[in-house]
Write a protein that binds this ligand. Structure first.
Ligand code: OAD
Length: 271
């Protein structure tokens, strides 16, 4: 694994690990890049096959659903098929191991507090064993677009196992108000879930180290969390093989999360 990283990058990983070893509060924000090595395309990746001519940004909006609910529902059913059956990669596992390790350390007052926040709607962090706050909803849940009533259908997942999944793209009507059923996902222009955002803001404002993993840092308000953390004195680490517009970064680890995270966690936990 070390062979995949340049000597400069290994030095930067060590620098990050030293900082993290002494931090009592760490806030981690993940984006689509953390799931890329599990085979889930990111939002800025070009779409393939049937959906080649569509952009993800143009589908994930209330206007798009208003205009053509069938198109948007079919697109999400396709995304569900893409995500179904994918498994956590070494980055998800390393994060879960780090959290579990911190929770197990004694005495409890000395435990490192690691708050994991994700923009992803997949449940790969949960599958790996992490506790995570979702800012943008959950791909496996549905609700009514009109009255917000949850739609308990076969997509309901136990966080880990999706029982009886249907990828039928026939539109479903709400039994309460006849509105259309939609995925319970935060679309562009919609508000984030209040409680999740409170957790994220508080963790970012109070952490000593903020880690941004696999996000293009283009979509607000999540992209503003790094700035909030830094304004409150935190060091910002970014893990992304590609450059981002995030100018807050103190330490850049420019490599895939599935390569960097196991190495970083190994050094932080001394395991
Ligand atoms: P994006 O698709 O915008 O960005 C993914 C980022 O992951 C890019 O910066 C890639 O360089 C990086 N990346 C790719 N492979 C990686 C790897 N193996 N390891 C680490 N990083 C890697 O995804 P997000 O930033 O998550 O919102 O997008 C934010 C939001 O915009 C999404 O939650 C979604 C989207 O539209 C909604 O659906 C509301």
């Amino acid at each position: 694994m070390l062979a995949e990283l340049s000597p400069e990058l290994i030095v930067e990983v060590q620098r990050a690990a030293i900082l993290l070893q002494t931090a009592s509060k760490v806030c981690i924000l993940t984006g689509a890049g953390v799931s890329a090595e599990s085979g889930i395309p990111t939002f800025r990746d070009k779409q393939t096959g049937l959906w080649e001519q569509y952009r993800a940004e143009d589908m994930a909006s209330p206007d798009a659903f208003e205009r053509d609910p069938q198109l948007v529902w079919s697109w999400y059913q396709w995304r569900r098929q893409l995500v179904y059956g994918t498994a956590p990669n070494p980055a998800h596992h390393a994060l879960a191991e780090w959290q579990q390790n911190a929770e197990a350390s004694k005495p409890p007052q000395t435990q490192q507090q690691i708050t994991l926040i994700t923009q992803n709607v997949d449940d790969l962090h949960e599958q790996a064993g992490s506790s995570v706050t979702h800012l943008h909803g959950n791909l496996w849940r549905n609700r009514c677009n009109n009255c917000d009533a949850p739609y308990d259908n076969e997509f309901e997942s136990s966080n880990v196992i999706h029982k009886k999944v249907s990828f039928d793209d026939k539109l479903i009507h709400c039994s309460h108000c006849d509105g259309y059923i939609r995925p319970d996902i935060v679309w562009f222009g919609e508000s984030l879930p209040v409680k999740a955002w409170q957790i994220a803001e508080s963790a970012a404002a109070n952490c000593e180290v903020f880690i941004s993993i696999g996000t293009s840092s283009l979509v607000y308000p999540a992209a503003g969390l790094a700035q909030l953390a830094q304004q409150n004195g935190a060091t910002v680490i970014e893990i992304n093989p590609n450059p981002t517009p995030n100018t807050m970064v103190d330490i850049t680890l420019a490599a895939p999360a599935g390569v960097v995270m196991p190495l970083l966690v190994k050094q932080v936990t001394n395991k």
